[in-house]
Design a binder for this molecule. Structure first.
Ligand code: GDD
Ligand code: MN
Length: 399
């Protein structure tokens, strides 16, 4: 879809002024910068932000500001009014459908940008505007593809992070992310930062599937910039309004980590195995309940299996195949349940064999049979339930 968003000739293209409405990409020449600022109800901040940016941004390299707005208040109107006094172009891209929240907004901004550098920052002045030229300058000087404004290196601090609870959550999230992605996040002390500069050529925006807030994590893990640098910054207090992040963002973050971690086929199979293992719990629990209620173990196996199937389906959907849920959910559940029960059909004679011939108890025999049929089920699930990435267009036109 976006192969031609960054045409090789963009650097040499003359600057063509846009018509009034279309927020088209502007290719401005070497060193040009697009500042991408996601906004959600920030009407109290945007005028002051533009005022401070006007004081901070040099005339060269050429800069432009692109607000990607999902507001339900008058933020776009306030931006347009304040933009009149700005020496750089200001565009507001208001989205009717706020797909992907903050992260989705940033990706849309990146896709529309034709500058050499993109800088992502928040609208609430927690990110000091005077650091924008420093971020790009550091990248140019060191040859880095990604420059992160960090709260965790000498000279930086998180002064504006409200409360001990948020500090602890932020620190915990940082450790977790760095533990899961030691290589991709090597040299990035603050992967949760929402303030960074990246060379446009280093971004493969097609590969991005951000979920919620953690866009830097997404860029660092999926695009693997060859070289990174950091600049310290002091995370300020919010200028006006309230933070939009909620406890739900925390849950989204964990889901996001799982999706990033299981993007490789082998990692996905391991994830599938771990989820399958966790399915033992509801399965065996149901089996125990049913057999203790007096049901014969064979029909009890069938019923108990459904508890495991449902558990596995829910986890696999959320954690492993989130971006491949192209079929209708009922179709997916139907296929998944069918495969799992076909698996059970194969398992019943196996269990009977283990119980009858080897003299195993019902529970260990069931566990052994579950493991035996695992690989078969994984291959079939990949092939028959979840269409590969990128096949959405085909499915949509077909249905
Ligand atoms: N377009 C759009 N859509 N913008 C959004 C949305 C959304 O759904 N949600 C939030 N924003 C915008 C806000 O208007 C603000 O400009 C910026 O994204 C950050 O939102 P805040 O609500 O101020 O986030 P925060 O201060 O809690 O979190 C910031 O700091 C964290 C580090 O502690 C962000 O920069 C996080 O990315 C960062 O991890
Ligand atoms: Mn904020």
């Amino acid at each position: 879809m976006s192969e031609d968003l960054w045409p090789p000739h963009a650097l040499d293209a003359p600057h063509v002024p846009d018509d009034a409405e279309a927020p088209a990409p502007r290719a401005c020449g070497t060193g040009s910068v697009t500042l991408i600022i996601p906004t959600f109800n920030e009407s109290g901040n945007v005028a002051e932000l533009l005022r401070r940016l006007t004081a901070s941004l040099p005339a060269r390299p050429p800069c432009e500001v692109l607000f990607v707005d999902d507001s339900t208040d008058d933020t776009p109107a306030v931006i347009e009014k304040a933009a009149a006094g700005c020496p750089f172009p200001v565009t507001v891209l208001h989205r009717e459908r706020p797909d992907g929240g903050l992260g989705g907004a940033v990706v849309e901004g990146i896709q529309r940008s034709g500058s050499d550098w993109i800088v992502v920052m928040d609208a609430d002045l927690q990110h000091p505007p005077h650091l924008v030229p420093e971020l790009v300058g550091e990248g140019t000087r060191t040859g880095a593809d990604l420059v992160v404004a960090s709260r965790y290196i000498s000279g930086g601090s998180r002064a504006g992070l409200a409360g001990g609870y948020r500090v602890a959550v932020s620190r915990g999230a940082t450790w977790l992310a760095k533990g899961l992605f030691p290589r991709a996040l090597h040299g990035i002390s603050d992967p949760m930062s929402g303030f960074f500069a990246m060379r446009r050529t280093a971004v493969t925006a097609d590969a991005l599937r951000p979920l919620g807030y953690k866009i830097l994590l997404e860029l660092a893990v999926r695009c693997r910039p060859a070289r990174t640098a950091e600049v310290p910054f002091v995370f300020q207090d919010r200028y006006a309004g309230e933070s939009k992040s909620t406890a739900r963002e925390g849950l989204r973050f964990l889901t996001h980590l799982a999706a990033l971690r299981s993007a490789a086929p082998l990692a996905r199979m391991i994830g599938f195995g771990l989820i399958g293992l966790s399915g033992f719990v509801p399965n065996l629990l149901a089996l125990w309940l049913l057999t203790h209620a007096g049901m014969h173990y064979l029909p009890a196996e069938i019923v108990a299996n459904q508890a495991g199937v449902l558990w596995n389906f829910l986890l696999i959907e959320q954690l492993l195949f989130r971006d491949r849920r192209h079929r209708h959910w009922a179709d997916r559940l139907g296929r998944f349940a069918l495969l799992a029960n076909a698996d059970l059909l194969l398992r019943i004679p196996l269990i009977a064999l283990f119980v009858g011939r080897l003299g195993l108890d019902v529970l260990p025999a069931t566990a052994l049979a579950l493991v035996t049929t695992f690989v078969l089920r994984f291959a079939a699930t990949e092939a028959l339930v979840y269409l590969p990435r990128g096949s959405r267009a085909a499915t949509v036109t077909r249905s």
